[in-house]
Design a protein around this ligand. Structure first.
Ligand code: DX5
Ligand code: ZN
Length: 223
């Protein structure tokens, strides 16, 4: 069984990002994760729109999933809707149900795929009513805002509850996990039911084709 990763480039030096992404693609990675922060939803800044556009223009074709840790959902939707393949916003950022459906309606018109991210301290059941409108759910395994944090163990239980619901309701969804993923814990994430693992600082520190094979291909018993 081939598992998938979505490397995050948050911890890559800005002048290295293009070559990092192109190398990933050469090594067979098809998905890359781009973090955007507004210094409000989280107290930090990350990739700017111009940088993501530059990567989209200069890098070989790949699936760009954009993780928007921002408070003003509709403003950022309008800014990013023409960049990337899936735009993921935080459940906690929506001010109302109406705002969520405003986004979904607009995205449908624009043919944009939408994901929903959930923080470690938000009840996993609270997102269930919204799953059928989404392409992806991102279960945060750290509090958003920084790369290189430690994986929160309780996340696996939450992923299992979510996966159970997805299977019982026959939903077609990518389940993504983000934060603290390394070679030693990625298998338990796949086993819990995720289909796409974000790997940030671990891959930056251990950047090789062999490591990518180790993170994605468990059948070859290369662990
Ligand atoms: C954190 C970001 C992550 C981050 C992951 O808020 O959403 O995508 O880059 O980095 P690691 O894998 O180092 O935890
Ligand atoms: Zn992220």
């Amino acid at each position: 069984m081939q598992y998938k990763i979505s490397p995050s480039i948050l911890d890559v030096q800005p002048d290295q990002m293009i070559s990092y992404v192109n190398t990933l693609i050469d090594w067979g990675v098809s998905n890359v994760h781009y973090d955007v922060m507004d210094n409000e939803f989280v107290p930090n800044k990350a990739l700017e729109l111009e940088k993501i556009k530059e990567i989209a223009n200069k890098c070989k074709k790949h699936t760009m999933d954009i993780h928007l840790m921002v408070s003003d959902v509709m403003k950022y939707y309008m800014m990013y809707k023409n960049v990337g393949d899936i735009l993921t916003f935080h459940y906690e950022a929506f001010k109302s149900k109406e705002e969520f459906f405003e986004l979904i309606d607009q995205a449908k018109k624009d043919h944009i795929k939408i994901g929903l991210a959930i923080n470690p301290d938000t009840d996993i059941n609270s997102i269930f009513p919204y799953l059928k409108y989404l392409e992806l759910v991102l279960v945060m395994s750290v509090f958003p805002g920084l790369g290189g944090q430690v994986f929160i163990e309780g996340t696996l239980e939450r992923v299992k509850i979510l996966k159970d619901y997805v299977l019982k309701n026959n939903l077609d969804l990518i389940i993504q996990i983000d934060g603290g993923i390394k070679a030693h814990n990625i298998k338990s994430c796949y086993d819990a039911g995720i289909t796409l693992a974000v790997v940030g600082s671990y891959l930056v520190k251990n950047f090789s084709k062999k490591e990518i094979d180790r993170l994605t291909n468990w059948d070859k018993k290369n662990w």
